[in-house]
Design a protein around this ligand. Structure first.
Ligand SMILES: Cc1cc2nc3c(=O)[nH]c(=O)nc-3n(C[C@H](O)[C@H](O)[C@H](O)COP(=O)(O)OP(=O)(O)OC[C@H]3O[C@@H](n4cnc5c(N)ncnc54)[C@H](O)[C@@H]3O)c2cc1C
Length: 453
């Protein structure tokens, strides 16, 4: 029988005692006199970031690189415990729509990823080794005449928006991807400049960079250390965040980047009705990892057209619970830096449940089998399954910016299935807000105002 591993952070077993201890890297800059009766250890930082997913760690990185501020990152688990550890890694524009609310941020973020890969290359290192970075190009595949008309139009729109894109009829599609069997009615939008990364490798790279700043006291990490409450001064100003093991003072800013947990965390931290409720919800996803899978050779990253609707389904609060639990499956296929075939993906509203659902993994396998005859002829190989909770916002765009009524507190969450893609752009946006710099991308669409539930 095959062994099945439900992975979370960096392949580390979160139950292991080693990872249950709080971890500190570097020394906090200073220790402050107690303003609380708590006996917990206290430290002071300019900025405290809650959440060590791709968003929180990228924000820390950007602040460390572009300012003199000291930064602490705190997480209830370890890096990649959340959605980041499940991410497939595509940094694609194929399924995004020019002019949509996330377009500019995604474009900017992709540019920043590309610049990072180039700077790594400029230092004589290999972006593939450092980030799992590959410029594979992406194919958004359709199988009906309606799909093809839409893809042709999309390729034009993307080109007009400055992205290299072309429409491929079936013969060209099949010559690019001979492993596909989608018939002569199929076609695709092809984006040769789309890229992918490996989330684990990239997080390791970002952490290594951040840790350079630990020796002079500018960077500290606190893991297995859930944030529990916010401490305020007598005049109501946010002073610190209390975790299970520490009190972390934040002189300049507190950033909540706790992914799908951000909504419930804000509620438990603040416990005040006057503040807007952030409607971020967990949207569970399964991803199949077929280790060293040589039966199919892929030249590009693949995604079926249905993914566009699959990602942006909006559920209104009036819809009944059975509909909210509605499961959606859409085929995505990529090959990672280690030669593993990654097959996605599912979307479900089932709270923070982390159980593997084998009816879902079978549906992902069967869906992929509609595109790859080799899979149709095989029984499912489930030697690794990743599960993550995408931070879902009902209006389909992240929430980034100050929390009204709480000076110093910013939110950066709700990136759903595009958090890896939008991470560097989000980090730049948050850092510019904290430092008072001119914004590179208009942050207004991401403001929390008017989006609370
Ligand atoms: C199957 C799957 C495939 C995906 N593929 C892609 C892809 O190809 N491309 C792409 O761009 N995106 C993809 N995504 C989406 C992407 O993974 C997410 O959007 C992104 O990881 C969100 O990052 P985050 O930092 O906001 O959240 P997370 O990674 O979830 O990090 C939040 C962190 O907050 C911590 N936390 C929670 N509560 C507390 C607390 N009380 N105190 C302290 N810490 C706390 C958690 O432990 C966690 O580490 C995929 C997601 C899934 C599930």
């Amino acid at each position: 029988m095959e062994s099945i591993i439900a992975r979370s952070s960096l392949g580390i077993n979160l139950g292991s005692p080693k990872w249950r201890r709080p971890i500190r890297i570097g020394r906090p800059r200073s220790t402050v006199a107690s303003v609380s009766s708590s006996a917990l250890p206290k430290s002071e930082h300019d900025v405290v970031v809650v959440g060590a997913g791709i968003i929180g760690l990228s924000i820390a990185r950007q602040l460390l690189l572009t300012s003199h501020l000291s930064v602490a990152v705190v997480d209830s688990g370890v890096p990649c415990s959340g959605a980041t550890g499940a991410g497939q890694g595509y940094i694609w524009m194929a399924h995004l729509t020019p002019g949509s609310s996330t377009w500019e941020l995604s474009m900017r973020s992709k540019q920043l990823w590309q610049e990072l890969a180039e700077s790594i290359e400029g230092k004589g290192l290999d972006p593939l080794q450092e980030l799992g970075w590959k410029k594979t190009g992406s194919l958004l595949i359709g199988r009906t005449s309606e799909d093809l008309a839409m893809l042709e139009e999309r390729a034009k729109l993307l080109s007009q928006a400055g992205v290299t894109a072309e429409y491929l009829p079936s013969t060209s599609l099949l010559s690019k991807e001979p492993a596909l069997d989608v018939g002569m009615e199929a076609g695709a939008a092809f984006l040769p400049d789309d890229c992918q990364l490996d989330a684990f490798q990239t997080v390791a790279f970002i952490r290594k960079g951040n840790e350079h700043y630990a020796s002079d006291g500018r960077y500290t990490e606190f893991y297995n250390n859930p944030a529990i409450s916010i401490l305020r001064s007598e005049n109501g100003m946010v002073e610190a965040i209390q975790t299970s093991h520490n009190i972390l003072y934040c002189k300049k800013s507190l950033v909540i980047a706790a992914g799908a947990w951000s909504g419930s965390l804000m509620q438990s931290l603040v416990k005040e009705d006057v503040l807007p409720r952030v409607p971020v919800k967990p949207r569970k996803g399964h991803l199949l990892v077929l280790e060293n899978f040589n039966e199919i050779h892929l030249n590009h990253g693949l995604m079926e057209v249905g993914y566009i609707g699959h990602q942006v389904t909006n559920l209104l609060p009036t819809e009944d619970d059975s509909k909210k639990n509605m499961t959606s499956i859409s085929m995505t296929a990529t090959v990672d830096m280690n030669g593993n075939l990654l097959l996605g993906s599912s979307r479900q509203f089932t709270g923070f449940n982390r159980e593997i659902d084998y009816s879902i993994t079978k549906r992902i396998w069967d869906r992929a089998g509609e595109f790859f005859p080799t899979l149709r002829a095989m029984s499912p190989k489930l030697n690794q399954i990743r599960i993550g909770h995408r931070p879902y916002m009902p209006d389909g765009k992240p929430v980034i910016g100050p929390v009204p009524g709480m000076p110093k507190v910013l939110l950066a969450s709700g990136h759903e299935g595009s958090g890896l893609c939008m991470a560097l752009g989000t980090a730049e946006m948050v850092s510019d807000m904290i430092l008072g710099n001119t914004e590179k991308v208009d942050s207004a669409p991401f403001s929390i105002q008017g989006r609370s539930s």
